[in-house]
Design a protein around this ligand. Sequence first.
Ligand SMILES: [Zn+2]
Length: 347
Amino acid sequence: MDGLDAVRTPSSWVVVGLDNGGTCNNATVLDATGRYLVDRLVENPSRVQDGPESAVESLAQAFEDILELTRTPLSLVRAVGLDTPGPASADGVISSKGSTNFSQVSWHGFDIRGALEARLGLPVVYLNDANAAALFAHNRHFGTDSANRSSVAAIVGTGLGGGVVVDGKVVSGAAGMAGELGHVQIPLHGVLEDDQPLPLCNCGFTGDVESIASLTGIKKNLLPYWLPRFPDHPLAAEPIDRAAKLLRGYGEKEDPLALAVFGQQAKAIGSLFTIAANFTDPDAYFLGGGVVEAAPHFRQWFLNTVREHTQLRREQQAAAAFALVPDLDMAGARGAAVAALDSVAVV
Ligand SMILES: [Zn+2]
């Protein structure tokens, strides 16, 4: 246990949040007063590679373990929030083509939300992991005023995930595909150099946000352009995968190559937020992902650069906030728990 407050016992009814990842599940408990009973990562193996049956059993195990850890009787649990990596429908049916984490044929079109609901005998609400992180950022930032506020979150990782929250609710869309911010195409003028090739995304689009603002974008599009312009750079001797991962460390040391690459990423996210400003005119723009774990001066520079390249009207500038998404490793489970709490509150 990490400290006296690491685990609490509930003082009211609760909801449980379960975050399903490629290797681990992370679990949390949120009580009706909005208090988390766990302030650290509580993980178990997710066994998604063993197929749906094992994975649902692992989620049930995570659920039982977190109740035991927090000394929460099962009778106090009103609902469960579950998040997984996408793509999946708004109701938690994994894409019929599978995905990186759910590659086995038995996963294709599998209703993970329904299966967990049947296994636990409790209502389960579903979000994709980026939407869960967006919802957590929103609730943490606005607290009791969450239901009256709107926000947009961009989470930079291997890809670019995100979420759109309006009046405290995640916008999921007709097919569950709203908030796929990585695949929004942006104006490239002012983002790319004049002689820079158009960046390609794995989704097939040219010049969308993920093709620039993601680890994949660094590897496939940005480093191949920038590295030959810095032939003596130590990263020029590294394989491209490794170079892409090491780049952030150079950014923290204000290395010109790294700043050129991350500067382009920040401009791309600024372009995305400019589009968001004209769509939902949110109260807050959140930025998350690996950059949040970087040295404070570097992440602040990155956030400032995003802000500089987000074109807001004067009224919007006065009304909107820019902030980093905190506690990213717990954001999925916590966001899923918030969604579960909201689902109970409206009943
Ligand atoms: Zn794309």
